[in-house]
Structures are given as structure tokens and as C-alpha cells.
Write a protein that binds this ligand. Structure first.
Ligand SMILES: Cc1cc2nc3c(=O)[nH]c(=O)nc-3n(C[C@H](O)[C@H](O)[C@H](O)COP(=O)(O)OP(=O)(O)OC[C@H]3O[C@@H](n4cnc5c(N)ncnc54)[C@H](O)[C@@H]3O)c2cc1C
Length: 550
């Protein structure tokens, strides 16, 4: 029986204090916060953990220099404090990174310096260095991709992460604390404590959800004292399940990213580049050991279908044009490996352009007791979760309950362990794993990297590369299936590992091996194997077609 099967059994039979709808970073955070406080928590996710916006961000754990332009000092201070908390509770996934702002004319430079002065003040005590001036030699050394005549610049520090791995790590920690969580399980309706009243619809408070296991097709009810709606850009749809009168609150804003091989844009620091629309775009070494750079993002109101946003040629051209303003050797769409698009679940504020909307979060408690948490950022997920659980405790009239302890709760693999990397290197050497790969394993799994290495010790063929162009091991895919709730090829290729956006074939060279692996573990018949293979191939072909034709 897999962890998911066990969770489904509990979701069917137990009664929960809190049921969370949505397994993005916010929902995973709510499940963890609630469980650590001693509440019985369940979570259902219609697709995979982080399959929504939480795998499609710029992957920064940051204060957000740009929010200083809107004088959102409180938000920036809060996010910078969270950057410090995350560095403590999940150190292996928060990677401090220097950012360079090349020189762009005197007036803009003065404004950027003033912003960085404020950023330093708001970050006091965070342990990150203050910003400093760079001379042209420093800039060229850290960012050889820039034009040689770029001159000096400024350097400040922020942190990168892998958003999907961070989300999964929070979800896993919640499971290890006792939450019952299942991916590929969709909420299709809300349960009520009162009867259906003819002509007036359902009555009473929300008391759980009707769900469908989208893998088996089976449907069942999950009972809970409070339901927390953490479904991101789908939050309005879930609120409307409570009744057609629910006030819509979400205004999706689309942002895309494009990925290049690091050889085309050589950098050892990230770049912050002013864009023609007054914002900044980032050019970020994606994860050094994997040899890619990520360029993004755009910020536009979005009215299309929210299920599968994709990058279009005009958006890609905007990013490439902005980047080429500073590069010595301009890039084109032909150099690009892949793209992805995400939707920010921003809170409505009529009349304001999407790029000016606040990134603050909001908790809404409906008359029927449904708690909805939305807005916010990846970086501030922990505070969002804390506020949502506080509201759930009120809504469910739970009486006295402990305060949130999430700032003290280490995430899975993140407990301090002196000598961990050295011990991992020794074990990897026994397994015949290239020592250069050890830091990469540590930065994905923390102390749990030892479990991945052990798979290779037991079965040396799992030490082979999973894909000819990337350093991932077959053991990592095997671990995703055996220990990380990956149920479908896309769960492995897009989120537990990131082959879909870091290889020119979008991971297709590894698809057959992964389908075979899943088929063995989950007992798939030949028809299911074909369906899964085709579903993934069609999906990535649709990404490529959208990039080309819009
Ligand atoms: C382009 C872009 C760049 C960004 N960059 C950054 C950044 O660098 N740093 C930062 O801090 N923030 C960043 N953000 C913001 C951040 O990514 C989001 O705020 C965050 O990921 C939202 O997480 P969420 O859990 O609220 O939503 P989601 O991740 O979308 O999760 C909601 C989940 O609910 C599930 N769901 C929906 N309906 C149902 C249902 N009926 N039943 C069950 N499950 C359901 C969905 O499948 C989905 O997985 C960025 C956002 C974008 C779009």
C-alpha cells in the first residue's frame, strides 16, 4: 500500500478538524501548521502538489525589491523576516545568491541605491550582507554575459529556491506530523451540516467536501469541522461551491519564464534588469549544478482558462528583448530550452493595473464558515498558513489551542546535522556516485539525500543518469515514486525533478523509463502505460506549439 492509499483510507473514514483544499505551498503550509498545533488535518489536491502556481514562480525567497516602489515597507519587512525563518527551518533549499544591478543611467541608479538602502535597513539582523558598489572588473567577473562596456554596478543579496521541491518538502513534513494528504483528489462540492431547503439551496455550515479520486474515478465524502480553501487562482470556483452568491475575489495575473543553457548566458550571480514597463526582470542561475539560467517574469492581467497557462511568442519576445539590452552576445528564441507560465492569485482592486496590485495575503471567512486564504507569495506562505489556521480555529469555535509553532518546526531533511555533507560524500563514494553530484543531492533532499544514495548502494544500476543531457540519477526518479507520492510521469518530470523545463526535449528521453517504473510500482496495464505516455507527450507538445504560434 502506498502512502497515498493509506491517506485515502483515512480521508474516507476519519473525521477531521481541518480539511485543506489545494496542495500548493499555501495549502501544504496550512496542513503543516494545523497538524503541529495538534489539530487533525486532511488535505486534497486535484492534480499534484505544486502543480498550480507553486511550481511556476521565479523561485526567489526574497523581500521583493520592487514592492519598495509601491512603498509596501511592511510587506517587504515581513518577507525579509520569512527569508530568515526559511533559511533556518529548511537550510538546504534556501540558497543565498548575489544579485547584480548593472548601471543604467544616473537617475535610475540613484533610485536603485535608495531602494537598496531601504532593503538593507528592513533586513537588519537577517544575516545577509548589505549591498555594495561593484567596479567594472567585479561586474565582468560575476556576470561575463554582460556587455564589456557595462561599467560598474551594485550588488545585493537575496535567496533562490526550488519552489516545487519546497512545496513538496512542506507537504511531506505535514504528512510526517500526521496529516492525511492525497494528490490527484479533487473537491467537487462542499458538505453541509444542515439539510437542502427547497428553492433556497443548501443550509448550515460547511462540514467537509465531496471529492473524486481522479486516478481511480472513485468519489467519497470527507468530513471536517472547518474547510480551508487554499486553491490559489481556483479559490473563487471553490467558494462558489458554497453558493452562487459568493463574492469573487481573485484577479489572476500571468507571468512567464524562459530557460536557457548556462553556456549561452554565463553568470555566477543573478541579474536584476530594468524592463521598459518600469518593472525589473531577473536572469537567475537556475540551479548551478544543472547549468541553466531562468529569465522572468512578465506581469499581465489574465482572463483565459486557469488550468494550463502557457508562454506565448509576444511574452517571450518581451523577455528576450529586455535581456538583450544588456548581453554581449544576444540570445534568440532558438537558444531557449523551454518556458513555463504561472498565474498569481492576486486580490481584486478594480482600476489598478495587475503589476501594481499588492502581494499581501487575505483571509476571508464566509457566512457558512468556509475559510479562504489567498494572495501572498511563496516567501510568506508560513504567515499565510498561520493566519488561515487562526481563522479556522475561530470559525470552528475550537476554544483554546496552541499558537503556531511553524517558525520552530524544521522541514523534512532540514534538521541541523553537523558533518552531514561529509557523511553523504563518503556514502556516495561507496555507491560510485560522482562526488561533483553530492552538493546537488544535498540541495534537493537535505539529510534525506542519504536515502537516495542508499537506493544506489542497493541497486547500482540506479546510479545511471536518468536523461543524457542532465545530471539527475535514476535513483532520484525511483525515490520520487517510492517515497515522494509521485503518481504520474508529469509529477516526476515537472516537479520532484525539473526535466520538463531544463532539457530541450522537455524530459521526453526519460519518459519511457519513468512510465515503466510507475507501471511496476502502481500495477499499470499496457493501456494505462500508453495513456500516461501520450498525456505527457501531448502536454509538452502543446507548450512548444504555444511558444511558437501563440
Ligand atoms: C510568474 C510568477 C512568479 C512568482 N515569483 C515568486 C517569487 O519569486 N517569490 C515568491 O515569494 N513568490 C512568487 N510568486 C508568487 C507565488 O508563486 C504564489 O503566491 C504561490 O505559489 C501561490 O501558492 P498557492 O498555494 O496559494 O496556489 P497554487 O500553488 O496555485 O495552489 C493551489 C492548488 O489548489 C489546487 N486546487 C484547485 N482547485 C482544487 C479543487 N477543487 N480540489 C482540490 N485541489 C484544488 C490546484 O491544483 C493547486 O495545486 C510568483 C508567482 C508567479 C505567477
Amino acid at each position: 500500500m502506498t502512502t497515498r492509499d493509506q491517506a485515502l483510507e483515512r480521508l474516507r473514514s476519519d473525521e477531521f478538524d481541518v480539511l485543506v483544499v489545494g496542495g500548493g505551498i499555501t495549502g501544504a503550509g496550512v496542513a503543516l501548521d494545523a497538524t503541529v498545533r495538534g489539530l487533525r488535518a486532511g488535505l486534497v489536491e486535484r492534480d499534484d502538489y505544486a502543480s498550480g502556481t507553486s511550481s511556476r514562480s521565479s523561485k526567489l525567497v526574497h523581500g521583493g525589491l520592487r514592492y519598495l516602489q509601491h512603498l509596501e515597507l511592511g510587506l517587504v519587512r515581513e518577507a525579509l523576516a520569512e527569508r530568515g525563518v526559511l533559511q533556518r527551518i529548511v537550510p538546504f533549499l534556501v540558497w543565498p545568491t548575489p544579485f547584480i544591478v548593472p548601471r543604467y543611467g544616473k537617475r535610475r541608479q540613484l533610485a536603485i541605491r535608495a531602494g537598496l538602502d531601504a532593503y538593507d535597513v528592513l533586513a537588519i539582523g537577517s544575516g545577509f550582507p548589505r549591498h555594495r558598489r561593484l567596479d567594472p572588473g567585479d561586474v565582468h567577473r560575476l556576470a561575463p554575459a554582460l556587455r564589456p562596456d557595462s561599467g560598474g554596478g551594485l550588488q545585493y543579496w537575496d535567496a533562490r529556491t526550488d519552489d516545487a521541491r519546497l512545496t513538496w518538502t512542506i507537504a511531506r513534513t505535514a504528512m510526517e506530523h500526521g496529516a492525511a494528504m492525497a494528490n490527484h483528489t479533487e473537491v467537487v462540492g462542499l458538505l453541509r451540516s444542515g439539510p437542502e431547503i427547497r428553492g433556497r439551496g443548501p443550509s448550515g455550515r460547511v462540514a467537509g467536501a465531496h471529492v473524486v479520486d481522479t486516478i481511480s474515478g472513485e468519489s467519497f465524502d470527507v468530513r471536517a469541522r472547518v474547510v480551508v480553501n487554499a486553491s490559489g487562482v481556483w479559490a473563487d470556483a471553490v467558494m462558489r461551491m458554497g453558493g452562487p452568491d459568493a463574492t469573487p475575489g481573485i484577479r489572476p495575473s500571468k507571468g512567464i519564464h524562459i530557460v536557457f543553457p548556462a553556456s549561452r548566458v554565463p553568470l555566477s550571480a543573478a541579474l536584476t534588469i530594468p524592463a521598459p514597463d518600469g518593472r525589473y526582470i531577473f536572469c537567475i542561475p537556475y540551479a548551478d549544478a544543472e547549468g541553466h539560467v531562468l529569465v522572468g517574469t512578465t506581469d499581465e492581467d489574465y482572463a483565459g482558462p486557469v488550468d494550463a497557462p502557457r508562454a506565448h511568442p509576444d511574452e517571450i519576445a518581451f523577455l528576450i528583448d529586455t535581456l538583450n539590452r544588456v548581453l554581449d552576445d544576444p540570445v534568440s528564441q532558438d537558444d531557449m530550452l523551454a518556458s513555463y507560465a504561472g498565474l498569481r492569485p492576486l486580490i481584486q482592486n478594480p482600476g489598478q493595473p495587475s503589476k501594481d496590485l499588492s502581494r499581501r495575503h487575505k483571509v476571508i471567512v464566509s457566512d457558512d464558515g468556509l475559510v479562504t486564504i489567498t494572495g501572498g507569495k511563496l516567501t510568506t506562505y508560513r504567515r499565510m498558513a498561520r493566519d488561515a489556521v487562526d481563522a479556522a480555529l475561530d470559525a470552528g469555535r475550537f476554544g483554546r489551542f496552541p499558537r503556531s509553532r511553524s517558525s520552530q518546526t524544521h522541514l523534512a531533511g532540514g534538521q541541523p546535522a553537523p558533518g552531514l555533507v561529509e557523511a553523504l560524500a563518503a556514502r556516495a563514494a561507496e555507491a560510485g556516485i560522482d562526488p561533483m553530484g553530492v552538493p546537488r543531492l544535498y540541495h534537493r533532499y537535505g539529510s534525506r539525500a542519504a536515502d537516495v544514495v542508499d537506493l544506489v548502494v542497493r541497486n547500482p544500476s540506479l546510479g545511471e543518469p536518468l536523461h543524457p543531457a542532465l545530471p539527475y540519477l535514476r535513483a532520484e526518479a525511483a525515490y520520487a515514486v517510492s517515497d515522494e507520492s509521485a503518481e504520474r510521469p508529469d509529477d516526476v518530470l515537472s516537479r520532484r525533478l525539473r526535466l520538463r523545463v531544463t532539457s530541450a526535449d522537455r524530459g521526453v528521453a526519460a519518459l519511457d523509463w519513468i512510465v515503466d517504473l510507475l507501471a511496476r510500482h502502481r500495477g499499470w496495464d499496457p493501456a494505462r502505460r500508453d495513456r500516461e505516455r501520450q498525456a505527457y507527450s501531448h502536454d509538452v507538445a502543446a507548450d512548444a506549439a504555444a511558444e511558437r504560434d501563440g
